[in-house]
Every structure is written in C-alpha cells, then in structure tokens.
Design a protein around this ligand. Sequence first.
Ligand code: AMP
Ligand code: MG
Length: 492
Amino acid sequence: MSSHVQDLRASLAPLKWSNRFAGLGPDFYTELEPTPLPAPYWVSRNTSLAHELGLDAKWFESPDALSVFTGNTVIEGSQPLASVYSGHQFGQWAGQLGDGRAILLGEIETPGGPQEIQLKGAGMTPYSRMGDGRAVLRSSIREYLCSEAMHGLGIPTTRALCVTGSDARVRREEIETAAVVTRTAPSFIRFGHFEHFSYSEQHDQLKVLADFVIDNFYPDCRAAAKPYAALLQAVSERTAHMVAAWQAVGFCHGVMNTDNMSILGLTIDYGPFQFLDAFDPGHVCNHSDTQGRYAYNKQPNIAYWNLFCLGQALLPLMDDQAEALAALESYKTVFPDALESRMRAKLGLPDRQPGDTALIEDTFKLLAANKVDYTIFWHRLGGFDTAPGREAVRDLFLDRAAYDAWALQYSERTAPVDKGQRADLMHKNNARYVFRNHLGEQAIRAAKLNDFSTVDTLLAVLQSPFEDHRGCEAYAGFPPDWASSIEISCSS
Ligand code: AMP
Ligand code: MG
C-alpha cells in the first residue's frame, strides 16, 4: 500500500526540490500561491532544456505539468514565494518594487546543479503595486524565444522552459490574453535586492543576503581578504562579460534598471529588447525610453552606473568608499578587453595585434555610416575569401569606396592568418540567426490565432543559430519594411 502511494506521488511530482532562497527568512519574501488561470493550454515546451534539467519527458507533456507550469497546481515540495527588492529605474530611485508577477516555486536538483524555477505572470503578489500580476501572450513568447536565442549565442541568460496560455483576458493598451512563462536560473537575485536592504537600513539582512550569494554562487570570494569587495569585483567582471557579449551581437536590452540586473551576470527580464537590424549605435529599442537612456551604445556605461549603485548598496559591509571604488575598477578594463576579443573573433582573428582596436573601431564606423544590417554583414564576412563572398559583403554598402578601403585594411590584417582557423572562428562567432523583432511578430501573430508552430520552429532555429536550417532561410534574411514600424514599450 505505502509503495503504491509513493509511486503515485513520484508520477505527480518527479522533481527533487530544495528551497535555499526560502531559507533566508520572511524579511526577504512573502509566501503565497499562484493564482490559477482558466483552461490553460500549452503554447510551447522547450524539450532540450527539460532534458538538461533532467525532467521526465513524458511528465513534461502531461496535464499535470501543464497545470504546474501555469500555477494551477502547487507541486509537492515547492515553496512558492515572491521576493522583495527595490531599484533605480531610468536613473531615479524607485523605492520598493519586488516580484510583482513572478513567483519562485523553489529550486530543483538537476545534473547541472540546482536551478530555481519561477513562473512569470502567475498572479498578483504583495509587490504588484498597480499591476495585475499577469503577463500577456505577446511578451511571454518574446521572453521565451529571446532567452533561448541568447543561450544559443553563448550569452549568459536566464532560461525559459515553457509558455502556457489561457483565454483569460488581460488589459494592456488593448485587450490581450494571459500567458505564463516558466523561467529557470541558478538564482533570480538582482542588484535591487541589495539596494532594498541597504536603503531601508536593514544591514543585518544585507549581510545575510551578501553571505548567501557568496557562499552559494561566488565561493572564491569567501577566501578573499575582503569578501564583500571581492563579490562586487566578481559581479562587475561577470557583468562586463555579459554586456560585451550584448554589444558584439547587437543586442539592446531596453530596460537596464538596477532591478533588472542579475547578481550572477545573467541577461534577465526580457521586455522591449531588440537585436539591431541596420547598425545604428544610438538605437533606442524601448518606445517608452524617450530620453534614450538605454540606447545600444550607452549600455556599457549604464552597466557601470548600475554596478556603482550595487557598490553603494554594499557600502555598509565595507570599511570605506575606496574599497568599493577599487572593486569597480576592473569593469573598466574587463569590458573593453572582452568586447575586443569578441570582435576579433567575429573578424576571424585568433591573436591580438597592435592595430586591432583601430580596425574594430573602423568597422563599427563603416557599418554605422552605411546603416548596414549588422547580423547579415558578419555572416557574409565569413565568405570574404572567395570572390562571390567578397561581392556579397560589398553589396551591403552604399559607399563602395569606403568599403573597399576597409576591405584592403582587413585583407592585409588577415593575410597571415590560417584560412581554416579563421573560417572556424568566424563560423562560431557570427550567427546566421538572431531573434529579430519581426520574427517575434510573426510568431506572435500566428500564436494569437492558436497556431504555435512558428514559436516551435523559431525555438529550434534560435537554439543553434550558427547552423544552417533548411527551409528557414527567410528567418536569416533582411527585415521586411514593416519591421521598422514595430513599437515595443515597457507594457507587457
Ligand atoms: P519590469 O519593467 O518588467 O522589470 O517591471 C518593473 C516592476 O514592475 C517589477 O517589480 C515588476 O514585478 C512589476 N510589474 C511589471 N508588470 C507587472 C504586472 N503586470 N503586474 C504586477 N507587477 C508588474
Ligand atoms: Mg523587471
């Protein structure tokens, strides 16, 4: 009898849960249950992530899983909660924010270590403020596909396991339908969590939080003479690598508020993001960002500004301000080094030569002056050594003379580089597919008519963006004319 009960439980709850964040205590969160959605249905399941997490494939297709990932069933062993954080939004202190529509279920043991599982859009929490606790189908599909696209590109990010939908209506600029996206990450702690306890002068909790992050995610910092400064430095370095990766692929986050900055240096909270089409350094993807604070070319400095806020928040744990400033210094060297090495790889240059910084700057200038499609340029550059390949790159430029001058400089630089090595480097660093806005629009339009096949196809393509996908050539093409009229704002 007892073994029969156990079997039944295993089939309902095959995940092994632990809840380290919950162990921090009630100052850090509110326990609550998700609010169910009527008649949920699957929009898409990320079976490769499910496999990585060690989820049972059959269970992941089951009605039980659908119910769990919509927030309609609380799975045994999980301890759902919404965490409290604060933050700077668009440069201003915004006070308390918190998980207004995200509910952490807990963390599961996986072959790659513990992973937290969070439902986004699963109902109101004490931190919902004016919001309804919901996410719409449109923004959930965007987050789902973009986080997997970023992962496919090798960029640190939260992941997305599935999207479920419901016909429940949600009011935004117009009436839309509700969806829930299930996200995973080792931790969803943000800079804003630290700011929260610092600004409210809860310094004991601030220390508990910093110790938790060090012990679980930055264990090397524990051995440092000044562990909290070492933490700030390590976060600065991870953030520098993340932003360098964004710049290299032409990714604009759109809302780099401190509450949207992961303490693990992961890309988090996909809202009005955009991959650049034509290269425009000053591009602002967020329609609500009227000042252009989060323009593409401002992201590196904004990340530093955000790290400064984190440093400010950690001051109560440090001897003096100089300690924090010193810890932040490394960003100023790690970021340019990381960006340069990514750009060298895109150019197919395996080693570093004195003129490379100038060559990279010239490349950016040339692309900007000619408003060249960023992804297509880099992909075509992979064929630069063949006569037709060289023409295919040249065709992208209006100012052929400027291109020819650049191409001469580039061929001189690449002349001594082994062709095979260069081709390999370029293939691995110049994606054929990025998740452009118009691709999201196509998937969303079909999904609104209950056709989720484009979501699934795009997921498969974007998870291996460096490969060719037969039949999906159009996804690698130029954006259609209507793409430039897509307006994405904070409302999601
Ligand atoms: P975001 O701009 O998406 O990073 O959100 C900023 C803050 O607003 C966070 O505290 C979110 O949890 C909260 N928020 C955003 N949308 C909603 C919503 N629909 N319902 C409740 N809270 C929300
Ligand atoms: Mg956010």
